[in-house]
Ligand binder design. Structure first.
Ligand code: FAD
Length: 431
């Protein structure tokens, strides 16, 4: 079996090469991290008249932003309406969930107004329920979201589920017509181009090794020398490390596998996804899948494989997980396999907070395509002053992760435990 190839998104889409610009002695804003968050923040700030430098440790979009599933939706808070109401009260819950719909509206407008070429299509998404209990819970949550924040959805039974995805894995589910898909790397490259056109300077291969406050601003130590800026935005998300401890202490990086099949006949893809939609499912440890934007491959994501195992073993691990939905796809079906690190937070919420005089933007818990850009716009308005940058999330402190050094290990153990509970639920369903 040939070795697996890297990310499908890298095929025919080269890395963005930043323009060479004359460095300034001091910038209004230095942004650390060139993913969606950092680049969108830089773009919006530049358009508000600020001089902005983006510092990226690797290549533009090296983190999640060039590796993700490209699925677009309202990305609701992980606690759900009921959980949020218990935690923060009904008004705050409605505002936090409502921000999901606002982020989606803003994202659609942004892509259209900018004419961003990123294969964005409003295909809709089908989320399958693995058990009757899951289905009841999902329908109840959808009804709450429809009533309180206007989420449109369409429930389907088992036969309806079969018409959405070529699998008998689901007892029913829900179609979300407002969701869609895009090509993540094309989006990050388009953002970098727009930011540069607005005057932003981007430096790739320029990790920030540390920073400290100094009169009226900050001094950043980078691989290419010292930089001075009035404001600092840390947008390093799941790729944060101890060089930037205020962010690193607040996010847990979790590796997620993505696998894409070999090219298949369009009819085969249509058998798997008759409406060429995005797909998700219930469960504590779940898989998502979608056709590629070109419609010739199927892409799967989730906590599927061990990235330190041999390529053959990784492929077998992926096929074993996917078999629950598509048993006909063996290990040889998977040609591309790659990984990215999402950033989980202690309160399951994304954040935009000022801590120790620096802006921290991120912690999207695996759903950041729309939210990163929505939050970045709010951040730019906050920094520029003049209002309009308020978010319901402003009320949430960005909590430190308890026992942070142990957190990735705990997350791995929890994933195994949750996968065991999911397997038990499925056995009960069959029994
Ligand atoms: C496998 C996978 C699938 C996903 N699928 C989806 C999806 O379908 N839909 C969705 O909404 N979300 C999805 N997400 C989440 C989404 O991709 C992220 O929320 C989003 O890309 C975050 O963007 P960001 O700019 O905040 O962070 P990133 O894109 O991760 O960028 C952070 C950058 O910071 C840089 N950096 C780190 N440290 C330093 C330093 N010291 N100096 C300079 N630079 C530094 C890194 O190199 C990196 O490029 C997925 C994530 C993964 C990993």
């Amino acid at each position: 079996m040939p070795a697996v190839s890297p990310s499908l998104w890298d095929l025919d889409v080269p890395d963005h090469v930043p323009l060479i610009r004359q460095p300034l002695p001091r910038y209004d804003v230095a942004v650390i991290g060139a993913g969606y968050s950092g680049l969108a923040a830089a773009l919006f700030l530049a358009r508000l008249g600020r001089s902005v430098l983006v510092l990226e440790a690797e290549t533009v979009g090296f983190g999640c932003s060039s590796r993700n599933g490209g699925m677009v939706g309202p990305s609701f808070h992980k606690l759900g309406m009921a959980g949020l109401t218990r935690a923060y009260g009904p008004e705050a819950a409605q505002a936090l969930m409502g921000a999901g719909m606002q982020a989606l509206d803003a994202f659609e407008r942004f892509v259209a107004d900018e004419g961003l070429e990123c294969d964005f299509r409003l295909t809709g998404r089908f989320r399958g329920a693995r058990t009757e209990t899951d289905l009841r819970g999902m329908l109840a949550e959808c009804a709450r979201l429809r009533d309180q924040v206007g989420l449109p959805f369409e429930p389907v039974d088992a036969a309806g589920a079969r018409a959405q995805i070529g699998s008998d894995a689901y007892v029913g589910g829900v179609i979300y017509p407002r969701d869609g898909g895009l090509h993540p790397k094309k989006l990050v490259n388009a953002l970098a181009q727009r930011a540069e056109a607005a005057g932003v300077e981007i430096r790739s291969h320029c990790p920030v090794a540390g920073l400290r406050p100094e009169a009226g601003g900050h001094l950043l130590r980078t691989a290419q020398g010292e930089v001075r800026a009035d404001e600092v935005v840390i947008a390093t998300n799941g790729y944060s490390d101890r060089r930037l401890p205020t962010m690193n202490d607040r996010v847990v990086p979790i590796w997620v596998t993505v696998a894409a099949t070999r090219a298949m006949a369009p009819e085969r893809i249509r058998e798997m996804s008759p409406g060429l939609r995005m797909h998700g499912e219930t469960g504590r440890v779940f898989l998502w899948s979608r056709p590629s934007p070109c419609g010739t491959r199927f892409i799967f994501g989730g906590r599927m494989a061990d990235r330190t195992a041999s390529p053959e073993r990784q492929r077998r691990q992926v096929a074993a997980k996917v078999a629950r939905i598509f048993p006909a796809l063996g290990p040889e079906a998977f040609e591309h396999l790659w990984y990215g690190k999402i950033a989980y937070t202690a309160d399951h919420a994304p954040h935009l907070n000022r801590i120790e005089g620096m802006w921290h933007l991120g912690g999207y818990c695996g759903s950041g395509v729309t939210r990163s850009i929505f939050f970045a716009q709010a951040l730019a308005r906050k920094i520029a002053g003049g209002g309009g940058g308020e978010l319901p999330f402003d009320r949430l402190e960005f909590p430190r992760v308890p026992f942070r050094p142990l957190a990735p290990q705990v997350a791995r153990l929890l994933t195994r435990w949750y996968a065991g509970l999911d397997a038990r639920d499925l056995r009960r369903k069959r029994g």
